[in-house]
Design a protein around this ligand. Sequence first.
Ligand code: FAD
Length: 380
Amino acid sequence: MDFGLTEEHLMIRDAARDFARTELLPGVIERDTHQKFPTEQVKKMGELGFLGMMADPQYGGGGMDTISYVLVMEELSKIDASASVIVSVNNSLVCWGLDTYGTDAQKEKYLTKLTTGESIGAFCLSEPEAGSDATSQKTTAIDKGDHYVLNGTKNWITNGGSADFYLVIAQTDKEKKHKGINAFIVEKNWDGFEVGVKEDKLGIRGSDTHSLIFNDVKVPKENRIGEDGFGFKFAMKTLSGGRIGIAAQALGIASGAYELARDYSKVRKAFGTEICNHQAIAFKLADMHTNITAARHMVMKSAWDKDQGRNYDMSGAMAKLYASQVAMDVTVEAVQVHGGNGYVKEYHVERLMRDAKITQIYEGTSEIQKIVISRGLLKD
Ligand SMILES: Cc1cc2nc3c(=O)[nH]c(=O)nc-3n(C[C@H](O)[C@H](O)[C@H](O)COP(=O)(O)OP(=O)(O)OC[C@H]3O[C@@H](n4cnc5c(N)ncnc54)[C@H](O)[C@@H]3O)c2cc1C
């Protein structure tokens, strides 16, 4: 495996770094405080090509590799994890899913708008009674010949209120269990579709998380993704790649907090010297940097596996499991390095600490990652 980044990788990483500093940093505290969706910033990220990075250029995508994507995710997440989750969902769950499994007509109609940021996508699997156990779908899609009729409720949907197109997983044939599940493309303005309550969250408060209600929503048959019964596999395959993006998000949150702690420790004085000269603080920085470096290797390895066409179910799950724990540990320590200042918004580390927690929950909790990893280990 070659860890050397190409000129193109460095260019896209630097573009994301510049964008995060100039466009995301101003206003990030305000957006967090008021749960404000970064509408303008998302538009600009679309123009920069951050919303459909890996998708086929024929449909407006960047045709880039997964390494480029994780580099961008890390840089954006250092500053604003609310903005980066929007990027992550649009890229790895929505665009990748459509690009890989959609028909030409679906790609022409939907993917071309999603890759450019003209439209935003959401991925709708979770339900009030189907989170970790995604097979327990209660949302139904009844086959009516030339269309399906959708009924049910999804919750915790990222981009729930801001999206234009929704990939919705629903149960078509309960008897067939997970083989009776399908995935559909649903448009926001269709009759019977309603955006429900917006969640008031601990972290990633700038992203909008909603429940969604489907009340006799008519979905044309051409909006089903893949063969009949492919929906559960579609969701699992898509989430497998999504985890690489969330691992990169966790890595970015940790890196951002570490850099703030390192810089602060060089200027804050206590007992007549900069606090970095106290070994207790210097050792915290050493631990943070070591763990972040290990997490980065795991994130890059899983992205590389995907780019090489190798199986990335386990390496992606391990990267997410590890990087999300590192994000928690590093952000807590970054607050500690800042002392009282770490506890107020102005210094950013308290937000990063709150944002870190979600990386252990969505796209499969840490416990679910351990199930994926242990199944992978024991399958032979
Ligand atoms: C901010 C936010 C954004 C989200 N965005 C999306 C989105 O865009 N689309 C979407 O579909 N979903 C989304 N989710 C939902 C998220 O993926 C689920 O919350 C997550 O999968 C966990 O499901 P749950 O909340 O129902 O927890 P539960 O499944 O009820 O789990 C509760 C606890 O039990 C543990 N547990 C459950 N089963 C097992 C087991 N077999 N072994 C060991 N431990 C177990 C879990 O790890 C967890 O600790 C989002 C959630 C949040 C909070």
